[in-house]
Design a binder for this molecule. Structure first.
Ligand code: 3PG
Ligand code: CO
Length: 546
């Protein structure tokens, strides 16, 4: 049990934490969809209620450096655990730098499995240096090592990014990578890109939102079925010409073939490494490779392979069984300790972010703690620039019901809009996304008052706050050849807001801006609002009490 907090007995009603995904604070209004949005409720929150800024990127959330943007995994891990752990990106980079990865059993089994079988290792993963799900340097290090260890054939299946990196940058990765492969290629080392496609079209679905994507990936990588091209560069160029305006993340699947035959279908005796370190979008394809009883789609052929993930994506479900690097061991989360302290908890989001407020929030655990209730609102399966309001209204409905029920003391939710629409690069849709969240807040907050509760309004990282790329040289917004601004789809490095909405304590409560305050300070703040001391491991509370 967490101890009672001496300075404050806790609010009478519920404590609601609202995560506005992808809502960062930028000083510039240029390309800032948040500044351009009409958002009377948020404006009022910033004008009338205590608020500070929190760091949400780089080392504040366990990324290797402060040049790394934040993302939902590391953000929700930090919020939910009240701690900063070295995250997948850093753990993998360190394991490669020290060589520990090559000494691990999993890597040895990949090498041994390939050697005892067909001799071929396949690497499948997100093909960029975004460092959110993967990093191309990790892929390159594994290919070099495989050659050193006497592997004869490597096939690479490239998921085009354009979501954590510039939207049409695929060739900036493919072309140097092809040169790198040419250098390595030799009489006894055959290495080629075998298939690929946009990451939002194939393989990288999450939270069971759309298994058809994974099926499409399986057909492409494993069965080698699909439109054939001579090389990945040729595929990207041809697909761009065929589908003008479609950005990398949405490009269709392609298969590399010689004389009509795919160069790298996955067959019995192969080894397969899924080299993404982040779990949400890696779990479904991993299940397709590992599960014997599998009913999500017809695999047609289930090759017997030695399969490893870069990390273990879900410790409870042990997915995958074999993994190259140990994931961060996130312990003593807020969900667990509130549960142990008898606090009833409610978590809600729509499918696209549902695991963020459950699985990531609870330290990458898929199970529930006692006293937790989860509610998932099914997401639309459409490009979100076409429905920028997403499921904000339904999430608000669910929260209003949950608040009114009086059953829950700590509630949390995530509004996906700023992020999911931000990732499309569509400025106008992003302003509407922010407006939809503002409307939802205007409905929820009066219910918080009515129930005698308080709300914390925050975000996990920025996105909609910068919708144009910056020109590296001039530092001005980058422009396309036709003079229009170059859309930015990735997250930002900006801090996020932390607002205390309190109409019930007569102004006793406030927030203090600690010098390096970040997302990991939220858990202790929520505990104090509930009248509890923080867990010893959690970073400091930001609450002030008069
Ligand atoms: C994604 O997976 O959609 C992006 O790579 C990161 O977005 P998220 O961290 O906000 O989920
Ligand atoms: Co995002």
């Amino acid at each position: 049990m967490l101890k009672k907090f001496a300075a404050f007995a806790g609010v009478k009603g519920p404590v609601l934490t609202i995560v506005m995904d992808g809502y960062g604070l930028s000083n510039s209004e240029v390309g800032n969809a948040i500044a351009a949005a009409r958002k009377p409720t948020l404006d009022r929150l910033f004008a009338d209620y205590p608020h500070i800024q929190l760091r949400a990127h780089g080392t504040a959330v366990g990324m290797p450096s402060d040049d790394d943007m934040g993302n939902s995994e590391v953000g929700h891990n930090a919020i939910g655990s009240g701690q900063v752990y070295s995250q997948g990106a850093a753990l993998v980079a360190n394991a490669i730098a020290s060589g520990a990865i090559w000494q691990g059993e999993a890597w040895k089994q990949i090498i041994a499995g390939a050697k005892a079988g067909s001799g071929c290792i396949h690497f499948i993963g997100l093909f960029s240096d975004g460092n959110v799900h993967s990093h191309i340097d990790h892929l390159k290090a594994m290919i070099v090592r495989a050659k050193q260890e006497g592997i004869k054939a490597v096939r690479v299946h490239v998921l085009l990014d354009g979501r954590d990196v510039p939207e049409t940058s695929a060739l900036d990765y493919i072309e140097p990578f092809e040169a790198f492969l040419s250098e390595l290629r030799s009489g006894d080392f055959d290495v080629q890109i075998a298939s690929g496609g946009g990451r939002m079209k194939i393989t990288m679905d999450r939270y069971d939102a759309n298994w058809r994507m994974v099926e499409e990936g399986w057909k492409t990588h494993v069965l080698g079925e699909g439109t054939q091209y001579a090389s990945a560069a040729e595929a990207v160029k041809a697909l761009r010409a065929e589908f003008p305006g479609v950005i990398d993340q949405d490009l269709p699947a392609f298969v590399i073939a010689r004389d009509g035959k795919p160069v790298g279908p996955i067959v019995d005796g192969d080894a397969v490494v899924f080299y993404n370190f982040r779990g949400d979008r890696a779990i479904e394809i991993t299940r397709a490779f590992e599960e014997t009883d599998f009913d999500k789609f017809d695999r047609k052929r289930m090759p017997k392979v030695t399969y490893a993930g870069m990390l273990q994506y879900d410790g409870d479900l042990q997915l995958p069984k074999r993994f190259l690097v140990d994931p961060p061991a996130i312990q003593d989360t807020m969900g667990e300790w509130f549960s142990k302290s008898g606090i009833t908890q409610f978590a809600c989001s729509e499918t696209q972010k549902f695991g963020h407020v459950t699985y990531f929030w609870n330290g990458n655990r898929s199970g529930k703690f006692a006293g937790e209730t989860y509610l998932e609102v099914p997401s639309d399966r459409v490009p979100f620039e076409q429905r920028p309001w997403m499921k904000s209204a339904e999430i608000a409905d669910a929260l209003i019901d949950a608040l009114r029920s009086g059953k829950y003391q700590a509630l949390r939710c995530n509004f996906a809009n700023g992020d999911m629409v931000g990732h499309t690069g569509n400025f106008r849709a992003a302003t509407m996304a922010v407006e939809a969240v503002d409307l939802a807040l205007s409905r929820i907050l009066p219910v918080v008052d009515a129930m005698g509760g308080v709300a914390l309004v925050t975000a996990d990282h920025g996105n909609a706050d910068e919708m144009y790329e910056t020109d590296k040289k001039t530092k001005e917004p980058a422009r396309n050849k036709d003079g229009s601004f170059k859309a930015k789809t990735a997250h930002t490095l900006n801090p996020v807001p932390f607002i205390l909405y309190d109409n019930v304590t007569g102004g006793r409560l406030g927030l203090r801006q600690l010098p390096n305050a970040g997302l990991s300070n939220i858990a202790a703040t929520i505990a104090n609002l509930l009248g509890l001391e923080k867990h010893a491991k959690w970073d400091e509370s930001l609450l002030t009490v008069k």
